[in-house]
Design a protein around this ligand. Sequence first.
Ligand code: NAD
Ligand code: WQD
Length: 335
Amino acid sequence: MKKILITGGAGYIGSHTAVELVKAGFEPIIIDDLSNSDIQVLDRLEEITGKKLAFYKGDCSDRSLLDQIYAEHQITGIIHFAAFKAVGESTSLPLKYYQNNLMSLLAILDFMKSKDIKDLVFSSSCTVYGQPAQLPVTEETPRQDAESPYGNTKKICEDILVDLVKSKAGIRVISLRYFNPIGAHPTAKIGELPIGTPANLVPFVTQTAAGIREKLTVFGDDYDTVDGSCVRDFIHVMDLADAHVKALSFLGKQTDDFYDVFNVGTGNGNTVLEVLRTFEKVNDVKVNFEIGQRRQGDVVKIWADTKKINSVLNWYPNYSLEDSLRDSWNWQKTL
Ligand code: NAD
Ligand code: WQD
């Protein structure tokens, strides 16, 4: 059974990916420093998969820990989720973001070279596109200057990966550019655990519906979109998890020194107000909201062209926006 190291595997996307890896016959090994996740996730993963997953608490830049993991599990591939992801915080604490997001990738790559580990799937983001001139965005759409230090770390990490593959280091890499992951495992045993006030839309919606937040502010309703609010491509986290499994399986069939990048979105854009209305309808709850000022730096509209991931990885989303918002709410209710 192929052993796959999941850095940041106790986090939101990593934990759902662990479930899908087990289902596909891989053995996930998790390393996470729990800086943005909870140890309880491990018990939940066991309840869902029926398997006790190997877990190492620590920083994935810690080479001695990585060597220990390798001695205990001959891993053949890595999915590198571990990173800080709070866009706003990255603007006030840029070094924290450059330090963690860049150094952890460099440490992982050095480790891969030394152990001849071939395959890497990297968590990138649609943030690298900024506000694209043409929609939907394909993988060929030019990247733009990042709006935040966080976004810049994703761009730089992609560049590091391209340069390393060009140097004939003998590795195979896929960068997945995620659009907006939402939802939770259909069992509601795992989901997103925002610490403090959520910056992202859907956790703010669910917390408002639950009465934890008094009111959601819709950041602007005067944009050039169908109802004036911003447009995003919201993808269920289980579909996103499945994309990692498909990417890993695909990498295993490639020759050395392979690099490619894929958008992971549904291919549909929905406005913020559509999300609110759909959430209220599928869950039969009210969300207290007001229309507020535009949020500085917001992309107005973006959604993915998914032809490449559809045809090359044979990946298609299985969950609708309704499914995602129902699962987000079911998860919130367990918290
Ligand atoms: P998350 O914070 O839930 O998960 C990241 C996990 O990594 C956390 O459990 C955290 O404790 C851990 N971690 C952070 N630094 C670490 C380190 N140095 N060593 C070990 N563990 C460390 O975030 P997520 O939403 O699951 O995101 C996963 C990846 O996907 C990140 O790289 C993020 O930038 C990227 N991404 C996320 C989104 C999104 O909207 N959630 C969108 C695009 C890309
Ligand atoms: C979605 C929409 C807001 C909160 C962020 C990161 C990006 C990527 C994905 C990691 C926007 C609106 C939000 C609220 C609102 N992450 N909104 N009221 O902006 O697409 O991107 O997550 O790589 O890098 O920047 O996601 O969830 O913050 O916002 O009206 O209280 O919801 O204006 O239009 P975004 P988001």
